[in-house]
Design a protein around this ligand. Structure first.
Ligand code: PLP
Length: 486
């Protein structure tokens, strides 16, 4: 696969998507018919008995019964015992098409055998960790640099959240400025200073329970696509110029929450220009997009060079400890390393950072993605799925909509994350539409399809035409059972 090939076959019309989102949230919600929903919930009671017992036991020892926010838990979480390619199996033996793909890292498909064999070799030789240097650290860093030349140096960490923490700290250390501006609705992990304006633009500190106000005093948000508005990016940069200055602007390049709020094609380039004008660093959060959208990442697709890039997910090929930050050598050189680090260095670390297992997994997974053209193939599967889903929606004349940027697909049926915080009924609508989202997710699951929170899907190279056809038949049954259809 060429570095210049990307999974996005065409850029969806952003204004049209925004208009469709508006229509969806202004339309009355369309839940699944009660009789049909009862049937779907019966699936869990009758066919998922072992999962029910296992996860009820888990709820006694694990808060909420699951350790991960991706684990789907309506009416109760499933206990997964096997994963392979496009499929997952639960402990009751039910098979599902896997459009969660662990939240994004497995573009080759789940539990990809050639990668697994390599990892077993590494484990046999060095075990998972020694704490000392291993050649896979530099192999991975060199490979990333070859594919994304803006990443002159790379620091491996344990997660995307850590990468975001490290990047904003380095940006402040390097620039001597304080403010961090993010795009409302974007998720950059759960660190104290970035739980601000998460999921829905304009929500500010709404989700920041347990975080002292002071931690958020230098974090600001602007609405997606709002460059020149009264509270847009330019206005914030101007406002900060007089005070403590803007250290960095951080964004997800396809739009917040993996394009739940899509941005215009030229958004990133415009932000780059403003960062240059105001001497702020530009941080691309490519935790989802790096390698998934193509080997050159979103930065290659858009032709925009960030100062720093956040990595997660694919950077460890779907194996644990997936995180890292990379970018300009002068900024990256502020990071501490080893025991000789001085007081002016940006302190980062991690006992298990850059272990041979994670680095080798990332290295071989990315090479294999290059060899097999996996990002483009995953994108083609999502294109087919989008076309098929759109045909179902049109046929049923539903107010729903579907779109994809390569292998990141959104099927919007409830619009909970599209609601407007200035609506006086915002919280009532969030509660109502969240309930519908949970039911949708449960219905897809009962039809043998796992999604991310009932509205986002990640495809992989393993999604053949046959898988897509099977999924479309399941989606057609669910969408055909919403209320109000004759
Ligand atoms: C865009 C983005 N940034 C950062 C993160 C945080 O990564 P992690 O879950 O590895 O901490 C995520 C996780 O989903 C993400 O989607």
């Amino acid at each position: 696969m060429s570095v210049n090939q990307y999974a996005i076959s065409h850029w969806p019309d952003t204004d049209e998507l925004i208009a469709k989102a508006q229509r969806l949230v202004n339309s009355p919600p369309r839940p699944i018919r009660r009789d049909k929903m009862k049937e779907y919930l019966d699936f869990f009671e009758t066919r998922c008995k072992k999962s029910k017992v296992a996860t009820a036991e888990a709820a006694k020892y694990i808060p909420g019964g699951v350790q991960h926010n991706l684990a789907f838990n309506h009416p109760f979480p499933l206990s997964i015992s096997k994963a392979e390619g496009a499929y997952l199996w639960d402990i009751d033996g039910n098979r599902y098409i896997d459009f969660l793909q662990a939240g994004g890292p497995t573009v080759l498909g789940s539990n990809y055998e050639p990668l697994r064999e390599k990892i077993i070799e590494v484990l046999r030789d060095s075990g998972p960790v020694t704490g000392l240097f291993h050649e896979y650290e530099v192999e991975l860093a060199k490979l990333i640099h070859r594919l994304m030349p803006a990443v002159e140096m790379f620091r491996m960490l344990g997660s995307g959240s850590e990468a975001a923490m490290a990047a904003i700290r380095a940006a402040r250390n390097f620039t001597g400025k304080k403010k961090i501006i993010k795009v409302g609705g974007a998720y950059h992990g759960w660190s104290d200073q970035l739980v601000f304006g998460t999921r829905i633009p304009g929500t500010g500190a709404y989700e920041a329970a347990g975080i002292p106000e002071g931690c958020l005093q230098h974090t600001q948000e602007f609405f997606p696509n709002d460059i020149d508005g009264e509270q847009g990016l330019r206005a914030l940069l101007e406002q900060n110029r007089g005070a403590e200055g803007t250290a960095a602007v951080i964004l997800e390049p396809v739009g917040p929450e993996s394009a739940t709020r899509p941005v215009h094609r030229d958004f990133n380039a415009r932000v780059r220009d403003l960062c240059d004008e105001f001497e702020a660093l530009l941080i691309f959060d490519e935790v989802v997009t790096a390698f998934r959208l193509g080997l050159g990442g979103a930065q290659g697709y858009f032709g925009v060079k960030p100062d720093l890039t956040l990595f997660g997910k694919c950077v460890a090929g779907g194996y644990p400890a997936a995180g890292g930050v990379g970018g300009r050598a002068d900024v990256m050189s502020t990071f501490s390393a080893g025991i000789g680090s001085g007081g002016q260095k940006t302190l980062v670390g991690g006992t298990l950072s850059a272990n041979p297992l994670s680095c080798a997994a990332g290295y071989y997974a990315i090479l294999e993605m290059e060899r097999t053209d996996a990002p483009v193939r995953a994108g083609q599967a999502a294109d087919k799925l989008t076309r098929g889903l759109q045909a179902i929606i049109d046929e049923l004349a539903l107010p729903f909509f579907v779109y994809n940027h390569g292998s990141i697909l959104h099927l919007e049926t409830h619009g909970v994350l599209l609601l407007d915080t200035t609506d006086p009924d915002f919280f009532t609508k969030v509660a109502e539409r969240k309930g519908i989202a949970e039911e949708m997710g449960a219905a897809y699951t009962a039809e043998g399809i796992i999604t991310l929170a009932g509205s986002r899907l990640y495809t992989s190279m393993a999604d053949t035409d046959e898988v897509v056809e099977e999924a479309l038949a399941g989606f057609a049954r669910v969408l055909g059972s919403v209320e109000g259809l004759s």
